[in-house]
Structure formats: C-alpha cells, structure tokens
Ligand binder design. Structure first.
Ligand SMILES: *[C@@H]1O[C@H](CO)[C@@H](O)[C@H](O)[C@H]1NC(C)=O
Length: 226
C-alpha cells in the first residue's frame, strides 16, 4: 500500500517536472544550431545553418552594451536594446537572450510582459523603482533597487521599471531565458492595436466614457523595445 502510493507520488512529481521543462525553450539536441535566417523552412525556432559553414562570428555580437543608448527622443524616457535571435543567430535553440535598458531621468520602461521568458535584471547604474504584478488577485511585488542589485520578473508577469533620479540617467542589463522572449507592452496592446479593439469593449473594461477611450487611442503608442 505504502509503496504503491509513493510510486503514484513519484509519477505525479515526474509529470510535474516534465511539464515545467516544456514550459520554456526546448533543450538543444546538438552542440549548436546557428540559425539559418534565410531558410524558407518553417519550424519552431529557426533551422540550423550547415555546421561546417559556422564561424566564430556566429557566436558573437558586437552589441556595445557598455555604451548608453539615446533616451531623449523617447516619450516614455527609456530605450531597450535587445540581443536575441532576431540579431544573433548563434542563440538559436540555446534558450537565452539579453537586453540593455537605458532610462532618462524619471524615465519608465512601461508595464509589459514577456510571454516566453523569466527576466533577471541587474542594475548597472542609478536607482530604479521596479515591480511585477501576479495573476489574479493581482498582487504587486515592488522594490527600490540600486547599482549592483538583482531582481527577477517571473515569466509572463506584467512588470515595469522607473528611474527615480530627476537629474541622472540609469541603466540595467537583463538576462532572459528564451532566445525569443517576445514583448507585449500593455498600453500599446490595449490602445494601439491594429486594427483597434472596439471602444465598447474598452469603455466597459476600464469603466470610463468612450470619449476617453477615443482620446487614449489617438495617442502615439511608442515601442521602446528594439
Ligand atoms: C535608442 O537608442 C539608439 C542608439 O542610441 C537610437 O538609434 C534610437 O533612436 C533610440 N530609440 C529611442 C526611442 O530613443
């Protein structure tokens, strides 16, 4: 009796473990699979370039992540530089990517989601107010962090950062456990989708008059992620 129930528990745990593994980017089945970005083959990810044609530069990106990016032209005061499969074919199948985030004084990396990745943020410079909101009942976990601090945003949670300094820029470096984390910026997705979501839906959802929804939709919803 005892052994059959512990067997059942083991089977349940194994089931849980395998479902957790498949919830992230697949593990590679070979040393590398440098993306052949020009292939017409459609697979989940990118097909592999001929391994004999692979060179050291396929595993390299002169990202210059030590250099601050321009934040002055951004309406929200931030600039996200992504190093992912879109500009780094060597990351294909490796389940990892990177971003540098620059913040103007009081700049915000506005609330957004990465549907496919957990994000580990390291503050390079300055002081940030940051946080994430859980699934219902929507608890906020937030903190003020400073140079050298690390904070994690669990996969698919709505999260944000703000530079608290009035007079200085800030910067952060984020690691993400997907070659293609994806970004859904909440304000843009809700008020700036193409074609737009109906005013009736949004007026009910936000409990405001349709005129306010129309005004929000008429704003220029900037994408600060590159
Ligand atoms: C982000 O920074 C790059 C490099 O400095 C710049 O070319 C780009 O225009 C900036 N984007 C925004 C929205 O400020």
């Amino acid at each position: 009796m005892a052994s059959s129930s512990s067997l059942f528990l083991l089977a349940a745990l194994l089931g849980l473990a395998s479902s957790m593994v498949t919830a992230f980017d697949n593990s590679p089945l070979q040393d590398f699979c440098v993306a052949d970005m020009k292939s017409n083959v459609r697979v989940n990810g990118f097909p592999c370039k001929d391994p004999m044609a692979v060179v050291a530069d396929d595993f390299f990106n002169k990202a210059m992540l030590d250099k601050p990016r321009d934040t002055m032209t951004s309406k929200v005061g931030s600039n996200v530089t992504n190093i992912n499969i879109a500009n780094f074919p060597g990351l294909n199948t490796l389940g990892i990517s990177l971003a540098r985030i620059d913040y103007a004084p009081l700049g915000v990396n506005t609330p957004h989601i990465h549907p496919r990745a957990t994000e580990l943020l390291t503050v390079l410079e300055g002081t940030l107010y940051l946080g994430f909101v859980t699934s219902n009942p929507n608890r906020l976990f937030s903190k003020v962090v400073t140079k050298g601090d690390v904070f994690v945003f669990p996969k698919a949670m709505i999260h944000f950062q703000m530079n608290l300094a009035h007079d200085k820029p800030a910067a952060a470096l984020s690691s993400l456990n997907s070659q293609n984390p994806g970004v859904i910026t909440i304000a843009n997705a809700v008020f700036g989708s193409k074609p737009p979501i109906s005013d009736d839906v949004l007026a009910k959802a936000f409990q405001v008059e349709k005129d306010l929804i129309k005004w929000l939709k008429s704003q220029f919803w900037e994408n600060n992620h590159y």
